[in-house]
Design a protein around this ligand. Structure first.
Ligand code: A2P
Length: 286
């Protein structure tokens, strides 16, 4: 439930499953804090948690899920195959390890974390995800940080379109071209670092003015903009008041003019804060 008492709206994938439009992201949440943060979020009404093998906190996510005692079917859980586990057999083994750490017997969504074009294993990794879905161990499969060329490669090889592409997306880096590519292919866009990692957007004068008009916080305005574009958002916070505040952004209606003004803040490539998808093959990141 949100603060309005309404359940989080869901967006539907091309495969027929659906995802709550707002979830808690746990990138950069320390392992020892993760169970408490996840429990806080579930008690506040979140029903969607986004983690990754590379965040080194899947065990904490599992512990938080058990502590909150929300029925498994009511929570949407995402994890991701890390770069060092790309390849068919390695990805299957990595998935098994994620499930053991999470303490779950199925996952809602499993993503390839980064394309790693230099490794040349993107397609083999995708074949592993297709097999995991076929076996019913994961309901939906998708990708993260993929460029259109990477999406085309996995689709061309398997005929299976990713349900979703999770990419860096916030007002200073609005990713209009990627969103158009996704829409054309029937892929949902999911925004990581939707708050710009708590950076410049939260102090932007345009965002501040709109926040004052709605008696909302800048973070809520930035999230409401992202939601209005039709994206799934996974803001990260370890702060209970912010965890609750971010969920309440679901109840903040922006006008079309306000959405357009925030979209006008885009700085293109200069607005990027994270790693570049074509040049990152390392261990950590988003
Ligand atoms: P903290 O975790 O200390 O509460 P993003 O999701 O874009 O990566 O942003 C995460 C950053 O934004 C974290 O530093 C987080 O701080 C901060 N943050 C999360 N929610 C809010 C909020 N409602 N207001 C201000 N900062 C926030």
């Amino acid at each position: 439930m949100t603060e309005t008492g309404l359940p989080t709206p869901r967006l539907t994938f091309a495969d027929g499953h659906s995802i709550p439009q707002l979830g808690l992201g746990v990138w950069q949440v320390p392992a020892e804090d993760t169970a408490a943060v996840v429990e806080t979020a579930l008690n506040a009404g979140y029903r969607h948690i986004d983690t990754a093998r590379g965040y080194d906190n899947e065990a904490g996510v599992g512990e938080g899920l058990r502590r909150a005692e929300v029925p498994r079917e009511e929570v949407f859980v995402t994890s991701k195959c890390p770069n060092q586990d790309q390849g068919y057999e390695a990805a299957i083994a990595s998935f098994d390890a994620s499930m053991a750490d999470l303490g779950l017997d199925y996952l809602d969504l499993y993503l390839i974390h980064w394309p790693c074009p230099e490794k040349g294993l993107t397609v083999e990794t995708w074949r592993a995800l297709v097999e995991l879905q076929r076996q019913g161990r994961v309901r939906s499969i998708g990708v993260s940080n993929f460029r259109d060329v990477d999406i085309e490669a996995v689709f061309e090889a398997t005929g299976v379109v990713p349900a979703l592409n999770q990419i860096e997306l916030h007002p200073y880096f609005a990713q209009a071209a990627a969103r158009e590519d996704h829409a054309r292919r029937g892929i949902l866009t999911e925004s990581w670092s939707p708050l710009g990692q708590g950076g410049g957007e939260l102090e932007d004068p345009v965002v501040a003015e709109i926040a004052r008009a709605h008696e909302a916080s800048p973070a809520q305005v930035v999230l409401a903009w992202n939601l209005a574009l039709g994206n799934v958002v996974i803001p990260k916070s370890v702060t209970p008041s912010r965890i609750a505040q971010n969920l309440a952004a679901l109840a903040l209606p922006l006008t079309a003019d306000e959405v357009a003004r925030i979209s006008g803040l885009d700085r293109g490539e200069d607005g990027r804060r994270g790693k570049r998808p074509d040049a990152f093959e390392g261990h950590q990141g988003s």
